[in-house]
Each structure stands twice: as C-alpha cells, then as structure tokens.
Design a protein around this ligand. Structure first.
Ligand code: NAG
Ligand code: NAG
Ligand code: NAG
Ligand code: NAG
Length: 178
C-alpha cells in the first residue's frame, strides 16, 4: 500500500520533470489544395502564444460530401534538408474514425482530437476546423531523438490527391543541453 503510494509520487515527479525538460512545439505549417472544387483552405497558420506554446489553426471546407478518404502520413527529420524518418503509413480515415485500428494514427489523432470538429466518420462535408491545437509532450509517452521533424499528411478523396497538410515541429528532450 505504502509502496504503491511512493511509486505514484515518483511517477508524478518523473512525469513533471519529463514535460518540463522537453520542448515540443510547432515550427511551420504548409497547406495546399490541389483541387479547389472539392477542398478549400481559408486559414492554415501557426500563432505563438508564448515561448513554449505555438497553436495551429486550420479552417477548410469540403465542398461536396466525401465517403472515401485516405491519409498518407510520412515523418521526416531535418538533417541538412528533411530526410524520411521511420514512420510511413496509409490510413483509411473513414475506417479509422469508426475504429482506431492504426496505432500511429491513434497517437497523432490523440494529440489533436479535442481541438477539432473532425471527430466522426464519413461522410465529410462542410467546415473542417482545427483550432488552438498545441503539442503536449506528456501525451507522447515515447521519447525520440531531439531535432526538427515534419509530419506530412497527404489527403486523398476517392483515391485522388486533394490536399496536403505538412506540419513541422521541434522536439528537444533536454533543454539544458540544447
Ligand atoms: C508535403 O510533403 C510532401 C512529402 O510527403 C511533399 O511531397 C509535398 O510537396 C508537401 N506539400 C507542400 C504543400 O509543401
Ligand atoms: C476534383 O473535385 C471534383 C469534385 O468537385 C471531382 O469530381 C474530381 O474528380 C476531382 N478531381 C481530382 C483530380 O481529384
Ligand atoms: C472558416 O472560414 C470561413 C470562410 O472564410 C468563415 O466563414 C468561418 O467563419 C471560418 N470558421 C472558423 C471557425 O474560423
Ligand atoms: C465533435 O465536435 C463538435 C465541434 O467541436 C462538438 O460539438 C461535438 O460534441 C463533438 N462530438 C463528439 C462525439 O465528440
């Protein structure tokens, strides 16, 4: 009983240190529609709220209802230009929203699901909003090497590329050393 209590205290201390010693924030975002008769961006930008906190706002419109959505996700790490880095995954977004079947998508979605109205399965039509989304290291759970990364998401409707949302972020594990 007492040990359980001590364990929780240590865990809490560890977690608070972990999140204090980490920078995890957006550094860039690029959105582009390749078919403006199906998907329009009105807004796609970052706003620095404080030194540690940068929020992402995206406002787009799906102009005609869509029932077949796939997302090609790919992570790049910057080392004199962005190089592909470990994670690459194609997700059936309609199926994923019914049943969180893909663990990588689940991690990414878990970071922003409370900041968006994209919280249902197909069909998608009308405003697609992400508002006030910021990164929280405590949701990450698996530490990875410090650096700048880009998560490229390419969105396909009926198997045809419609738009990209490419987001870069910094992950710096030990601020004192950085
Ligand atoms: C987004 O990233 C992909 C790489 O996966 C790249 O091919 C594409 O040109 C980028 N899109 C934009 C709008 O920069
Ligand atoms: C562009 O969007 C229209 C719907 O407005 C769709 O019918 C057409 O197939 C799309 N074209 C491509 C190349 O995705
Ligand atoms: C999204 O953009 C549209 C078109 O500019 C605007 O009417 C709407 O109010 C915006 N929504 C949000 C939540 O910013
Ligand atoms: C989905 O998001 C909308 C807009 O933020 C919200 O009103 C609604 O309650 C959410 N639905 C679920 C099932 O979370």
């Amino acid at each position: 009983m007492r040990w359980t209590f001590i364990y929780y205290i240590l865990l809490a201390v560890f977690l608070s240190n972990f999140s204090n010693a980490v920078i995890f924030k957006f550094s860039n975002v690029v959105c582009e529609s390749y078919n403006k008769s199906w998907f329009l961006f009105h807004e796609c930008r970052l706003k620095a709220v404080s030194r540690e906190k940068v929020v992402l706002n995206i406002n787009g419109t799906v102009l005609h209802s869509v029932n077949n959505v796939h997302t090609e996700g790919k992570v790049f790490k910057r080392e004199s230009g962005f190089k592909p880095w470990l994670i690459e995954s194609k997700v059936d977004a309609c199926r994923f929203m019914r049943k969180n079947y893909n663990p990588v998508a689940k991690l990414v979605f878990g970071l922003f699901k409370e900041f968006t109205n994209i919280n249902h399965t197909c069909p998608f039509v009308g405003p697609q909003i992400v508002r006030g989304f910021y990164l929280r290291p405590e949701l990450l759970l698996l530490p990875f090497p410090s650096g700048e990364y880009m998560l490229s998401l390419r969105w396909l409707f009926d198997q045809k590329l419609q738009f990209d949302t490419n987001v870069s972020f910094l992950f710096i594990e030990d601020i004192k050393k950085a």
